[in-house]
Design a protein around this ligand. Structure first.
Ligand SMILES: [Zn+2]
Length: 369
């Protein structure tokens, strides 16, 4: 199976300039190709990938686009590949072949986008040097903070610059499965109302206090930003503050999610989670939406780790009233207001609202298997 391994990288000032040029060239190639496709579409014509690739080669020979030659050609080819993927996902989403949230039509990339990225494949001859640096064609040897070892030879690397001007290298590596000894235990997980997640075995996972504090700081920074005058120097400063607080929350949340997802995969043979992509948000779903950002990261981690360890993982996307349905007798009770934490079924079962929902998810997951 393929996984991503990401590391912080520290380009020199000269390498930053070279990277900025590469980001810019990839963006221009992407936008040129998108314009060509839109133009063809307006004339009810089709334009092939080979044709777009040919046009790129031709553009390099013109004085207006000659500077594209200063950047690795693989980076430019990959920008075209990105556009193809964007279109494929869009068409699959429109036709219903792709599940999950709707994918919009590809849009032009902006110079002012907060996240910039370029990709190098094997063909580009990128390499990790014997000195532990990342050698990138036409960029140089970049220093990497190796927080863990690469498990195998990477097939590609994406270099990313985020909104706070940090740089990352994200490698795609092939990883062997490492099945864990089989267990009897299975678990359903519901996104909690007051806690982060609730497990069908009654355990709850709550965001730690340091994460809640970081989130509070982020909200405050956002408020400060919204009060600053547009175009002012102070607004620019406040925006950097927000980006920084945002990055801090994301980092902290990722570490924390790693810890919990690893534990759940170790302790359970099958894992079923609530799928939040289902259309038509219920009232409780809205109340839960505060956790949504963290939830998708968490669920992706569960899915990857389960695949790697030979565990069963599934999203339960069949709609059912998970809160009102009694997990013991199957009777659907009346609607529960948001403040109702506990309820008693006609069969006598006393339910914690969230634990009961998690048990229903577990049952639905088992039934679908
Ligand atoms: Zn009941």
């Amino acid at each position: 199976m393929q996984l991503r391994y990401s590391y912080r990288v520290y380009p020199t000032p000269g390498q930053r300039i070279a990277l900025a040029r590469a980001f810019g060239c990839a963006r221009v190639v992407y936008n040129d190709a998108l314009a060509a496709r839109m133009e063809a579409f307006a004339k009810s014509e089709r334009i092939s990938d080979t044709e777009l690739s040919k046009r790129l080669t031709a553009a390099k020979a013109t004085p207006q686009r000659a500077w594209l030659a200063d950047v690795s050609s693989v980076v430019l080819q990959q920008a075209l590949a990105d556009l193809n993927t964007a279109y494929r996902n869009f068409f699959a989403s429109v036709s219903g072949r792709r599940k999950g949230a709707r994918v919009g039509v590809p849009r032009f990339r902006s110079r002012r986008a907060h996240r910039q990225a370029i990709r190098f494949t094997k063909n580009s001859r990128f390499a990790v040097t014997s000195g532990g640096k990342l050698r990138l064609p036409k960029i140089g040897e970049v220093r990497v903070a190796w927080s863990r070892d690469l498990p195998s030879d990477p097939s590609s690397v994406t270099v990313i610059k985020d909104a706070t001007d940090r740089y990352f290298a994200s490698f795609v590596v092939q990883v062997d499965e490492q099945p864990l000894p089989e267990l009897e235990t299975e678990v359903g997980i519901d996104l909690g109302l007051t806690t982060f997640a609730v497990l069908s075995n009654g355990k709850t996972i709550d965001s730690p206090r340091f994460l809640r504090r970081a989130e509070r700081r982020l909200r405050k920074a956002q408020q400060v930003l919204s009060r600053k005058e547009k175009g002012s120097k102070n607004r620019a400063k406040a925006r950097v503050e927000v980006a920084r607080a945002h990055a801090k929350v994301a980092d902290t949340r990722r570490d924390w999610a790693h810890k919990h997802s690893t534990r759940i995969v170790r302790e359970n043979q099958a894992i079923f989670v609530e799928d939040l992509c289902v259309q038509g948000l219920a009232r409780t779903r809205l109340a839960k939406s505060v956790h949504d950002a963290g939830w998708s990261t968490f669920v992706t981690m569960l899915e990857e780790k389960a695949a790697r360890c030979g565990r069963t993982f599934a999203r339960v996307d069949r709609w059912f009233p998970s809160t009102r349905l009694c997990s013991r007798c199957g009777v659907v009770g009346e609607r529960k207001a948001l403040h109702v934490r506990e309820w008693t079924c006609v069969c006598g079962a006393v339910h914690d609202r969230d634990v009961n929902a998690a048990m229903n998810i577990l049952a639905a997951g088992r039934a679908e298997r």
